[in-house]
Design a protein around this ligand. Structure first.
Ligand code: GLA
Length: 374
């Protein structure tokens, strides 16, 4: 059927760290992630049939599926991500050639650094290249999100897939999740993005995540009765929430308040970054953490502790939890000359208090998905 060369090609897609703008993407709001220098690599070799064989260095088992099998569904298995991407690409009308995929992830899993989006994007790029199909990057981000929403069953927003495709070196990406317009903002060379992993996995978080989404939707439904133009929390100001949200259940009110104030913080942080005003940027990060902890309730003891420890260290502009929450990582904006002392102080304090040895990654804002030489 297919007569192409069985060339081995590799695609890399990065994980990400979100600087600010948490739980705003699925509310049509603003986010500011950066792609990081930890990636998923997917090697692909063509087959002459329509079988997909998938293995990962990170897991022991290997799977094989038939692209013509119309009954493929999620099995709560790591392979749901690559298989889901293939199914969604096929569903969008892109006829794929069979292949053997070999994945390897440097992105720690379940840590809020978006290893799933990195898998989806690297696999999508590999499958399409293997089939000589070109898809525009925005469409590809949306298709990968769809794979996670519809095949895997996690109702995630667009942030992770988008930055895995559009990230740039030394740049943070300010994204409008409604229009998908974005701006790349410089991360000053005087700071490092230091990511501290609490080593608490957020595996049990997907119910909580979907519940937060539902609470935001309940807020929108109520507010739209008074403000017909409101389609998402993005369209609501704090004054409007205070005025028309009085009858909302208290929890829903707080969820809405987080999203509304967080959107404003992202925009302010974008301006601060454009002017290299790092203290202001850091202050906004701190406010974001408090709002996520108290209003949105997606932090946990270990994340709070990691942030408190960071706040005590010299040379730290700001610290907050990053990603979906309930474990995972914090992001710390640290002056380059203080990074080593920061790592020592935080690692020691955290281990003493929790008996957990944190992993700390000094990240660089990196380029989005690309074909690599190996
Ligand atoms: C996860 C999701 C994103 C986003 C964040 C929270 O990482 O994949 O879409 O909603 O949580 O900001």
């Amino acid at each position: 059927m297919f007569q192409g060369k069985r060339e081995l090609i590799t695609f890399r897609a990065p994980g990400r760290v979100n600087l600010i703008g948490e739980h705003t993407d699925y509310n049509a709001g603003f986010v500011m992630p950066a792609a990081i220098n930890l990636s998923v690599y997917t090697k692909i070799t063509a087959r002459d049939d329509r079988k997909l064989q998938v293995r990962s260095d990170n897991f022991a088992d290997e799977i094989e599926v038939d692209l013509d099998d119309a009954s493929l569904t999620a099995r709560k298995h790591w392979s749901d991500y690559p298989v889901g991407v293939a199914v969604i690409l096929e569903g969008a009308g892109y006829r794929l050639r069979g292949a053997r995929l070999e994945m390897n992830s440097e992105v720690p899993m379940g840590s809020g650094l978006s290893s799933s989006a990195a898998v989806e994007v690297s696999v999508a790029c590999a499958l399409l290249a293997n089939s000589n199909i070109t898809v525009e990057r925005k469409e590809l981000a949306l298709l990968c999100q769809k794979a996670e929403n519809e095949f895997v069953g996690a109702r995630v927003g667009i942030m992770d897939q988008f930055v895995a495709l559009f990230g740039e070196e030394q740049r943070a990406l300010l994204l409008d999740c409604r229009s998908l317009e974005y701006k790349l903002l410089p991360v000053p060379s005087s700071v490092r993005l230091v990511v501290c992993n609490t080593m608490v996995k957020h595996e049990l978080a997907s119910n909580e995540y979907n519940e937060r989404r539902a609470q935001c939707e309940a807020g929108v439904e109520h507010l739209a009765k008074f403000l017909p133009h409101v389609k998402a929390l993005r369209d609501v100001t704090l004054e409007q929430l205070e005025r028309y949200g009085r009858d909302l259940p208290e929890v829903v009110y707080r969820r809405c308040r987080h999203v509304i104030t967080e959107n404003a913080r992202v925009l302010a942080a974008g301006e601060a970054l454009e002017r290299s005003e790092l203290p202001e940027f850091g202050r906004l990060m701190a406010d974001s953490h408090v709002s996520l902890r108290d209003d949105y309730e997606v932090s946990c003891r270990e994340l709070d502790l990691m942030v408190e420890l960071a706040d005590k260290v010299e040379g730290v502009y700001g610290a907050r939890m990053t990603g979906g929450g309930f474990g995972g990582c914090t992001i710390n904006l640290v002056d380059v000359d203080h990074v080593e002392a920061f790592i020592r102080a935080v690692a020691e304090g955290y281990e003493q208090a929790t008996r957990l040895k944190p992993e700390i990654y000094v990240c660089e804002a990196s380029k989005g998905a690309e074909q690599t030489k190996t």
